[in-house]
Design a protein. Sequence first.
Lengths: 237, 237
Amino acid sequence: MGSDRFPDPPAGRARLSRPRVLRAAIDLVDREGLAALTMRSLATDLGVEPMALYRYADGKQALLDGMVEAFYAEVNDLLRADAEVPPPSTDEAGDGGWRAALHRIARAFCQVADAHPAVFPLVATRPLSLPLARRPLPMLQLNEQVLALLDRAGLDDRATLRLYRAVVGWVIGYLLVDKRQVIDNPEEPEPLLRLGLHRLPAEQYPRLRALAALLVEHDPEAELAAGLDILLDRLGG
Amino acid sequence: MGSDRFPDPPAGRARLSRPRVLRAAIDLVDREGLAALTMRSLATDLGVEPMALYRYADGKQALLDGMVEAFYAEVNDLLRADAEVPPPSTDEAGDGGWRAALHRIARAFCQVADAHPAVFPLVATRPLSLPLARRPLPMLQLNEQVLALLDRAGLDDRATLRLYRAVVGWVIGYLLVDKRQVIDNPEEPEPLLRLGLHRLPAEQYPRLRALAALLVEHDPEAELAAGLDILLDRLGG
DNA sequence: ACCTGAACACCGTTCAAGT
DNA sequence: ACCTGAACACCGTTCAAGT
């Protein structure tokens, strides 16, 4: 995370640093939601004047991009951590393990998204306004890693990219849809009422009402992995 | 779009109406981007004072939700329109046509996303903070329609929901990733340079650099449809 | 019922100043 | 080099008033 433009100061004495600012921003959003993040509230959290932040991010927009950067850095850290505890068989499935490696990446991504649900919308949408080469380095690093793994499937370049888009789109889309299970009234024990579905006219939305009770009961990690396998099977040759 | 709370006035004489406000909001965002949308700028566009908008949306947040509502309403309109021009064979593929109907929905969704690229991030993320039953009616209507179509695959409830999540996640995720192809320097004729990739060190990102030239060359509609078929094949029994 | 207009609290950011 | 503090333009929203 230490790019040239935002150097980490000598470390120890100095009060602020880019990682510290980004971490504080993510903490604040985890605690109070995206809307509560302002340059002023973040400054207060860090015990500093708002303008002090501008040394570590070029403004609010850049701060948001920095949070996406921190998100991907966390994914990469997680992956490095469990790479040090390799699974029993080094050559996991006889295919060089690229498939299992992709699953590990998806799982790590999923874990970080779960840890910072309010940050995830930023991860899904902010890169839309950034040209590829300007994206956060940790994001590019993960992209490169996924591409390198897909290469081992032995596809040509076009097919590799098609599979790449499918994998990334699937993971982000599935997480986005899954995290939509927002509860209306957390007090209510009945799951159907918790979702506020009694407000839905049953005549107009028969299927939605009938299935809504089951909406909450599923295993996101397993479904995400299953879909990933399907796409790898059929697009991976 | 005419809910009880925001009635369309007699129509004709009256200056403002909820559809007119939402349409103006989407126009503004299409023209100048999400950041340019403020209650004040929207009011100016409509030739009205900012506070006049509060009669048609309960505030900025509700306005954003209203735009998602308008987005889904546009999808539904599109679907109704081409339902009036049915394909030559009424029973499209012998399976009751539910598969083809799903493809039509995906295509319509895709078209509207293309028409309003700056609005799409709202569509992808705003429902995260709304409990199911509070979501815009046009969105619930489309959800119901998709569920009804999936029912025809003859799956049990759990499998139907699994497939439902997969289909919705796939379409949204794919569109999100595909629309990320943002151009760095539109003047530059060379596609590789247009993406700003000369700034990527080739040693660290060999695959990304090698494949980036091909990133722009693909057929989004076809890839989206292909992925949809794969998921329907394997999760649809 | 529908819209105006002034006012308030808060926001991101500038600029000049401190150390 | 790193942070402060005052200031500015702009924002969403309140409230009371007009017609």
